[in-house]
Design a protein around this ligand. Structure first.
Ligand SMILES: NC(=O)c1ccc[n+]([C@@H]2O[C@H](COP(=O)([O-])OP(=O)(O)OC[C@H]3O[C@@H](n4cnc5c(N)ncnc54)[C@H](O)[C@@H]3O)[C@@H](O)[C@H]2O)c1
Ligand SMILES: [Zn+2]
Length: 366
């Protein structure tokens, strides 16, 4: 199945298919006419998935080189950006070449940013290998590295030329990473698709167990939603794309509290953040309590944290709100919040009283 992100001359296709990685040589052939391929990946992907791409490219007669970086969030750094751009320049990368980001969101974000600045813009293709990157980060053109001041603060909007999604790459993904990515799948249901949330309630366990049909359905539904939202609001100016940040303001505070470490993965923080956003909406009387209970129940059933305690957070409301105030979305002392009127009825509220957030979080601490 092929989906498309409609952005005028920056439009691109997203191929979603079990086994697509083994057909990469065919699917990417249009980009090989004049240039070479440089595959950038991380050390965990080398033993698990890299050979599939290499065999496919070689069989199709496409010359390629490989650059392997360390795995993990710390790879999204100035140091690794320098190492990568130096390596690509040493290789003699030209504008007709294609840089292939084979990996999760870390590789995708770093490689996309490197491609955006290298020779003022080189072509790049996303081949996401984690559930999070397949349903979220590989589509939409947000690229970034982290800096001392915080996560994703140095970056650019730079769209890939093509996205190749092969759900079978998830076979080698650690289960905890798979669950974390699932939080972003559930997010699309909660934003504006109640029928998809109901599908998640019925089929989430199957998906997490590796059921191929459930995997394809979840990925295509999520990517279609993301492609549509990005097509409507590429640079997050109209508020439409901001809906994708559901659970992320609370989640960001939890990630900051745990030092953006393995103690709490991004998707785990988003899972807890979405449950908190629904319970906060219920507390404010915006949303029925039953909706918040459904969200909390499903997130817990998926093996994800839905409470501060389950996320291993013991901080005060004040400490968590302080983290939120460093969020890059702060505007004139106010933080826009995504709240809900029900399942699939998320909206952006710009006037949330941070005192109320603090009191809510203290009550959640119990
Ligand atoms: N650009 C965006 O729009 C956007 C959106 C959401 C998140 N992000 C970013 O994405 C990053 C997180 O991405 P992620 O969750 O994919 O993490 P990740 O890239 O660190 O991958 C998670 C782990 O799984 C390993 N791995 C990846 N694929 C594998 C496979 N198929 N088999 C075995 N191991 C595999 C990786 O080496 C890593 O250890 C964060 O930096 C976040 O800021 C970006
Ligand atoms: Zn996210």
């Amino acid at each position: 199945m092929t989906l498309r992100v409609a952005l005028g001359e920056r439009s691109y296709d997203i191929a979603i298919e079990a086994g697509a990685l083994d057909r990469a040589g065919d699917l990417l052939a249009p980009y090989a006419a004049r240039g070479r391929f440089i595959v950038v990946t991380d050390r965990n992907i080398v033993p698990n998935q890299l050979h599939r791409l290499e065999i496919s490219l070689t069989t199709a007669g496409i010359a390629s080189a490989v650059e392997v970086l360390p795995a993990g969030e710390t790879t999204k750094s100035w140091k690794m950006l320098e190492k990568l751009t130096d390596a690509l320049l040493a290789y003699g990368v030209e504008r007709n070449d294609t840089i292939v980001a084979l990996g999760g969101g870390v590789i995708g974000d770093l490689v996309g940013f490197a491609a955006s600045i290298l020779k003022r813009g080189c072509r790049f293709v996303q081949v996401p290998t984690t559930l999070l990157s397949q349903v979220d980060s590989s589509v939409g053109g947000k690229t970034a590295i982290n800096s001392r001041a915080g996560k994703n603060l140095i970056g650019a909007f730079y769209q890939p030329a093509f996205v190749l999604i092969d759900p079978t790459t998830l076979d080698t993904l650690p289960p905890r990473e798979l669950r974390a990515g699932y939080a972003e799948v559930v997010k699309y249901g909660l934003i504006d698709d109640p029928a998809f949330f109901a599908w998640c309630e019925a089929n989430g366990a199957k998906l997490l167990a590796g059921d191929p049909a459930a995997r394809i359905h979840a990925i295509t539904t999520s990517v279609a939603a993301k492609a549509r939202i990005v097509g409507e609001d590429e640079r997050e100016t109209s508020g439409r794309r901001a809906l994708l940040n559901l659970g992320h303001t609370f989640g960001h505070a939890l990630e900051a509290e745990t030092g953006f470490s393995d103690r709490l993965l991004h998707g785990e923080a988003v899972a807890a953040g979405m449950a908190l956003a629904f319970r906060f909406s219920a507390m404010l009387g915006l949303c029925p309590a039953e909706a918040a209970v459904r969200v909390t129940t499903h997130i817990t059933a998926a093996g994800l944290p839905a409470t501060l305690q389950a996320a291993g957070i013991d901080a005060t409301g004040k400490a968590l709100v302080t983290h939120m105030m460093h969020d890059k979305k702060m505007e004139g002392g106010k933080l826009p919040f995504l709240l809900a009127r029900g399942i699939g009825q998320t909206f952006l509220e710009k006037k949330v009283d941070l005192g109320a957030v603090e009191a809510f979080l203290d009550a959640e601490r119990g």
